[in-house]
Each structure stands twice: as structure tokens, then as C-alpha cells.
Write a protein that binds this ligand. Structure first.
Ligand SMILES: [Zn+2]
Length: 265
């Protein structure tokens, strides 16, 4: 899974931007890393431009692509889902060059101009994640991938990926009642569930055999992906602005089921 992205200027080895999706303990010193990558990339110049090269360093895999003197690096942990990560990295490369090619030519050396690009990286990565999840064997891939990455990924990113996937799965509903039915059916693809409401503003969803957190023990509520998924699903279904879904019980936390609540006010 894609853990971090580095964008480095070739030659100077200057780190233009690093962006991490993981919790702190997995972060790597970006400046040290960019020197290493710059050195590594010298051995790859004979390869086709724009191609993606892979290096294995211990448990991590490094994906590198160089174009127009900019090196794009994806740090990936060992897993078989590299296909869509390569696509993500290629899209990041394309968008970055589209946005900054000219600026880099007369660049003042101010690194802060690249800060805004983080949003773009997030957008690209969430979109590719959700595409991959939906196009291939939904929701089997979701469950296996999310179970694997959730201890490493920052929870806000898990939630975003879930939300993007929920939005992509949802269809516009005419009423609250049909939404309830639709959510029940959609979540039954993951596991049995119970959707209830006391009024048309509140929704409570219980999942007694949550496939995302089953067998895991954490002090916090851990099903951030599902929290985001339900949130995106409801927002898109009812064409609402931003709503909040919260997990208030979690099997990983020792509860008898995972519970998600939302207020549509
Ligand atoms: Zn849970």
C-alpha cells in the first residue's frame, strides 16, 4: 500500500514535497531519503523515461519515476496490490508537471509553493483507492486491504478513502425510507446489520460481525473506513452537504457490535 510520496528535484536532490498517509512511527526522514533516491535514480537513467522502477529495501518497496528532472517516489509496503499504486504515482507525476512545470523553470527556490499540491495527491490517491475497491470484487478487496492497512494509515485518511468509496457506490434516493433500505442492503454485502431510526433525522447502524475490525483489539474505535463509507453513502444518496457519521461502539474496542450514528440536521 502507498505509505508516502516524495517529490525530489534531480541533480540538487532537493526535497520539494513529502506527503505521508501513515501514522508517525512510519515516517522516514525526507531529506536523508531524497539523497538516497537521487543516487539510486542515476542507475536508472538508461531506462525508458516515465517508466516506473521498483527497488526493494527490506520490508519496503520504492517506486521511482523520473520526468523532466523531477523524481517521483512512492514508498510502498509489501503487498500484491501495486497496480493501482503505479497508476496513482503516474497521475501524481502528470498533475504535478501540469501545475508546476513552468514555475520550476524560473523557480525562486521557495519550497512552500508546492504545499498546495498535497490536496491534489490526496484526491488522486482516494480516487484510485475507491476505483480499485469498486471495480474489483467489491467488497472482498475492501475488507482485505482495509484490514491490512488500518493499523498503519492515519485514521483521517482511512475515513477519506471510505468516504470516496461510499460516494462512488451510492445512488440517489428519493426518501429517507428508501435510503434506510438501501443502506441495509449495501452493508449486507459486508455483513449482517441493523439500520434503525427514531425519527427522520437520526440513523443508527449496528454491525454485530464487523468484517473490518473482527479479531483486532484497539483502545480506540477503529472502523474509520466504514464511518467514512456510510457518511459518503448518505451524503450522495440524499444529495446532502456534509454530514457527520460517528462510530460510538466498536467490536475492536470490546463492544458487542460496531455502531454508527448520524444526525442529518
Ligand atoms: Zn468497529
Amino acid at each position: 500500500m502507498l505509505l508516502e510520496v516524495f517529490i525530489i528535484q534531480e541533480g540538487s536532490s532537493l526535497l520539494l514535497l513529502s506527503h505521508s498517509f501513515t501514522k508517525k512511527k512510519y515516517k522516514i526522514d525526507g531529506n536523508l531519503f531524497s539523497g538516497l533516491i537521487s543516487a539510486l535514480s542515476m542507475f536508472t537513467t538508461e531506462l525508458e523515461i516515465g517508466d516506473i522502477k521498483h527497488f526493494q529495501t527490506g520490508e519496503l518497496r520504492v517506486l521511482i519515476t523520473t520526468y523532466k528532472n523531477i523524481i517521483f517516489v512512492g514508498l510502498v509496503d509489501d503487498d500484491p496490490h501495486s497496480e493501482f499504486i503505479e497508476i496513482s504515482l503516474k497521475n501524481i507525476r502528470e498533475e504535478f508537471l501540469k501545475e508546476y512545470s513552468q514555475e520550476i523553470e524560473n523557480w525562486s527556490g521557495k519550497i512552500s509553493i508546492f504545499e498546495d499540491f498535497r490536496k491534489k495527491i490526496d484526491e488522486i490517491v482516494y480516487t484510485e483507492f475507491s476505483k480499485y475497491f469498486i471495480e474489483k470484487d467489491f467488497p472482498k478487496n475492501v475488507i482485505s486491504v482495509v484490514r491490512k492497512i488500518q493499523s498503519k494509515f492515519e485514521s483521517k485518511y482511512l475515513k477519506f478513502i471510505g468516504k470516496e468509496t461510499g460516494i462512488a457506490r451510492a445512488e440517489t434516493q428519493s426518501s429517507f425510507k428508501s435510503l434506510k433500505k438501501q443502506i441495509r442492503r449495501e452493508l449486507s454485502l459486508f455483513s449482517i446489520n441493523n439500520v434503525s431510526s427514531t425519527n427522520e433525522q437520526e440513523l443508527q447502524i449496528d454491525i454485530p460481525m464487523c468484517p473490518i475490525c473482527r479479531g483486532i483489539k484497539t483502545p480506540e474505535f477503529s472502523c474509520k473506513f466504514l464511518e467514512g463509507f456510510i457518511e459518503g453513502y448518505i451524503e450522495k444518496s440524499l444529495s446532502l452537504g456534509s454530514i457527520q457519521v460517528r462510530e460510538t461502539k466498536c467490536i475492536a474496542h470490546g463492544d458487542e457490535h460496531c455502531r454508527f450514528i448520524t444526525n442529518l440536521n
